[in-house]
Design a protein around this ligand. Sequence first.
Ligand code: MBD
Ligand code: FE
Length: 286
Amino acid sequence: MTTAAHTDVTASPTAVGSGTAATDKFKNERVWADTPPERVAAIAKDALAALNQVILDHEVTYPEYRVLKQWLIDVGEGGEWPLFLDVFIEHSVEEVLAKSRKGTKGSIEGPYYIPGAPQLPSVATLPMRDEDRKVTPLVFSGQVTDLEGNGLAGAHVEIWHADDDGYYSQFAPHLPEWNLRGDIAVDDNGHYEITTIQPAPYQIPTDGPTGAFVAAQAAHPWRPAHLHLIVSAPGKSAVTTQLYFRGGEYVDDDVATATKPELILDPVAGEDGKNHVTYDFVLDPA
Ligand code: MBD
Ligand code: FE
């Protein structure tokens, strides 16, 4: 395996463009975890033991070790740690969280969430360009409830997804700031109806070190078409999740290992030329 030492930062949109934006976004969050030294020691010891055992099992050579070192440097310099970690590692962190939840299944957040999207009413159309309007519209409706099925007034459905070319606004310079992003306030019974467009399968950037990692294994860099959501309500535990489309490409072979059977939509093509689907969200208590 070889990795590109330098990537053109002027071309757009590129892996390095989206990677840098994702890294800048992440660095602006103040991350912190209340982890005591004993737990840090236990996790660090097991993590290093696992990696060292892989090296022994596979008889990793010095040339391979040096390529690894260069690649780790490249991931950092390319700003791709958020991308790489969210694609290959976040699903296990989510799996740990999921064990303590009864409501709607969660999935990974990924690197492209931005808080503060435009506030929209319970029946709303996401911000989109004329170009996006050429894509099949998707009317996505449902209700946010508690575990007992009571509608939750005051709930919010935050939604973000890629356009038909696989680009997320604020991670591709040619897109309007809030394209295909919104924060929907449900009605008094917890209902919402969001009009957007049918998303397409998403290819993780192939021109950076994460793409090199995938290509070096002769693997594919695709995620199935998906909607990202964070659903929240006062006094409830918010759920971060994704929804997919039955029969869609890569639904059974997601590079990010982030699909679940409960998260697959079955849209119906309406006579109005739009795809229609309902999905209800169930929130655990806080
Ligand atoms: C995505 O759109 C995504 O959802 C994840 C998890 C990783 C990279 C890009
Ligand atoms: Fe995504």
